[in-house]
Design a protein around this ligand. Structure first.
Ligand SMILES: [Zn+2]
Length: 424
């Protein structure tokens, strides 16, 4: 059953969609959005946002990492932060990141006219969420969270050889003082962080739902696994006498899929991908002596992720033994799961259900700025469905009827959060 979205929320949702269209027109070419962080179009987008804020008497204030903060003071210093990012990938879409910022703008409009809101509201436009030019995602939010390692990014360059450090300086950000952005969270009484984003995947569309409650961002365990046997002639070596490294790798890859199937629960899916396969000597007439595969496992529950990782290791050793080969694991990358706050999840579920009639829950595969805020305050995200699961391309879209409902649900979540923070 679909409930009807109330008139004031619908009007607000329409305003957000009009703003989104206007910004897209201003910052896109026929290939899509061009708001790449630190570049001229991104700066134009930020200038446009500043103009939109001026009727409210509000101005964005940059922190030491180039994140723009807009503060609407309330009766209480207790603060609800609403975030997003204006930057896009090259040839990107009209919704990724901008939806979060412009729905925050509308929240400020709703609370900024007339009397003071009961709590302080802050909009944050994170700098360089995408990492499209220099390869480091979540740059601004990880600096604000204090997790950024400045020395790891010092030598980064873009495709034209321009150093990150120089591009940042052109935007008034100095690498050596970027971490001062931490003060932004330290000096305020942040009680909640809310972010709306498009799903960028096919799940909500497959359920025919406009919006979903995001349970958290996946943790990740990524390894290279190397099997070493003996290369041998494919004609003269009997099957029983082979030490085929590829067969051990292939059996492990198939077992990893079974592990992911076994640990998937409704609303708590897990994934595993073998995306790289290298075989040596790579000759049609040779039994492979070496096979190397990547194993990328993701889950929201840290215990589940740990068990998946252990089971994959056990499987690799079992298949290595069966094939008479050795196996070695080499870690590539790991991230802790970032589950969202139970109370905010509850409010998000109520909001999505009231506006759309149902409240599907799903984890986020991609990382978001929200994940950086999890250690610092209660966090929740709401996803709007994505057409065909597409993003980071000009085809990125959410049909307006669904976008309207999803925005309505998010603005309701802002109301419920403000009310709840004010009461505490
Ligand atoms: Zn995004």
């Amino acid at each position: 059953m679909q409930t009807e979205i109330g008139d004031p929320l619908r009007r607000s949702a329409r305003t957000v969609i009009t703003d989104l269209r206007e910004l897209a027109k201003l910052t896109s070419n026929p290939n899509g959005a061009q708001r790449v962080a630190w570049g001229p179009v991104w700066k134009k987008a930020r200038g446009w946002l500043q103009e939109k804020l001026s009727p409210l008497g509000l101005t964005p204030v940059p922190d030491a990492a180039g994140n723009n903060w807009v503060t609407l003071p309330g009766e209480s210093p207790k603060t609800v932060i609403i975030g997003g990012h204006l930057d896009s990938v090259p040839n990107g879409g009209w919704l990724d990141g901008t939806l979060g910022v412009l729905v925050a703008l509308e929240a400020l409009r709703r609370y900024g006219q007339g009397s003071k809101p009961p709590v302080t509201l802050r909009l944050v436009d994170w700098a360089d969420e995408e990492g499209a030019r220099f390869g480091r995602s979540l740059l601004g939010s990880s600096a604000a969270a204090g997790r950024l390692k400045v020395d790891e990014i010092r030598e980064l360059r873009d495709a034209d050889g321009v150093r990150l450090e120089d591009a940042l300086r052109d935007s008034g950000v100095r690498l050596d003082t970027m971490l001062h952005a931490r003060q932004e969270l330290a000096r305020i009484d942040a009680k909640a962080y809310l972010e709306m984003h498009i799903e960028q995947g096919p799940v909500l569309e497959s359920l025919d739902r406009s919006a979903g409650v995001v349970l958290g961002t996946f943790g990740l365990e990524r390894n290279m696994v190397r099997f070493v046997g003996q290369a041998a002639h494919s004609g003269s070596t009997p099957i029983a006498m082979r030490r085929d490294a590829f067969l051990a790798a292939a059996a492990t890859a198939l077992e990893c899929r079974e592990i992911a199937r076994r640990h998937s629960r409704p609303g708590a899916g897990v994934v595993c991908t073998v995306g790289v396969v290298k075989v040596e000597p790579g000759i049609v007439t040779a039994v492979p002596g070496v096979a190397e595969i990547s194993i990328d496992q993701r889950a929201l529950d840290p215990d589940v992720l740990a068990v998946m990782y252990r089971e994959a290791q056990d499987a690799s050793h079992r298949f290595a033994h069966e094939n008479g080969v050795s196996v070695e694991w080499k870690p590539l990358f790991r991230i802790e799961p970032r589950p969202f706050d139970p109370h905010l999840l509850q409010l998000c579920e109520e909001s999505v259900r009231e506006v759309t009639g149902d409240a599907p829950k799903l984890p986020s595969g991609p990382l978001h700025d929200a994940a950086e805020m999890v250690p610092h305050m209660p966090v929740v995200m709401l996803f709007a469905r994505s057409a065909r699961g597409l993003s980071h391309c000009k085809e990125e879209d959410t049909p307006e009827e669904h976008l309207e409902k999803a925005i309505g649900a998010f603005l309701l979540l802002v109301d419920k959060t403000v009310e709840s923070v004010a009461r505490r």
